[in-house]
Design a protein around this ligand. Sequence first.
Ligand SMILES: Nc1ncnc2c1ncn2[C@@H]1O[C@H](COP(=O)(O)OP(=O)(O)O)[C@@H](O)[C@H]1O
Ligand SMILES: [Mg+2]
Length: 255
Amino acid sequence: MLELRNIGRRYDVAGRAVVALEHISVTLPSGSLTTVVGRSGCGKTTLLRILAGLTAPSEGTVSHGAGSPPKVGVVFQEARLMPWLSVFDNVCFGLKGRLAPEIIEQRCSAVLELVGLESFRAAMPAQLSGGMAQRVAIARALVMEPDLLLLDEPFAALDAFTRRAMQNELVDIWQKRRPTIVFVTHDVEEAVLLGQHVLELERGRLVGQDAIEAAYPRDPTDPAVTQYRRRILERLLAPQPSSPPSTPALSQETP
Ligand SMILES: Nc1ncnc2c1ncn2[C@@H]1O[C@H](COP(=O)(O)OP(=O)(O)O)[C@@H](O)[C@H]1O
Ligand SMILES: [Mg+2]
């Protein structure tokens, strides 16, 4: 279980305080698949970085429940592969020297199989399409057997066909391995197709939460899916009170 309590994050930009996140409180059950959606600049990456432990919150706490801290895997928008290493060596990089070579071989082969790239194990990153490179990045995160898998707009740069295939593949992997997944996207349709829970962020605030009750794999043309999509879009496009809410709005900001 992952619990965020009253998370806030401010940045100081040239002497001006920028509020990236405020008052974020949410509980994510272990093994759940949550998507976070909102427009560019709403605080999605900041939230993901806080979950990954890469950025400290200015206030609030993240707790992972009882037991040892979770193993965290992160996938960014670009694959960030090492161009001088083969697909296989990119995937097993984090395990080198930590496990016996035959275990590494076994685990890397298994995840490459899972993302459908076993036959490309000897290929170099420059020889891969964007979708394949992103699958290698996912394999590299999965090979560490994370309890918590964080993905930051991982499919944003892919064409629509590849994106659909990758979305289905991710759901497949989640159903097989059941890590807790937090998936960030600016695409409402993607958020609804993937998430059991959708968190809606606007200007650093949580403006809505939905539990999506539709079976996987989801169809973008399913009326239930389009209805969730419309509702979330409406909520994200609704005018938000300017911050802090207690101060009277003197001038209305135009978005
Ligand atoms: N390292 C940083 N320094 C200063 N401001 C930042 C930094 N990271 C993010 N911000 C600001 O915080 C806000 C949220 O950014 P971000 O979390 O990257 O949003 P998103 O991922 O939704 O596009 C933006 O206004 C951005 O300019
Ligand atoms: Mg971002």
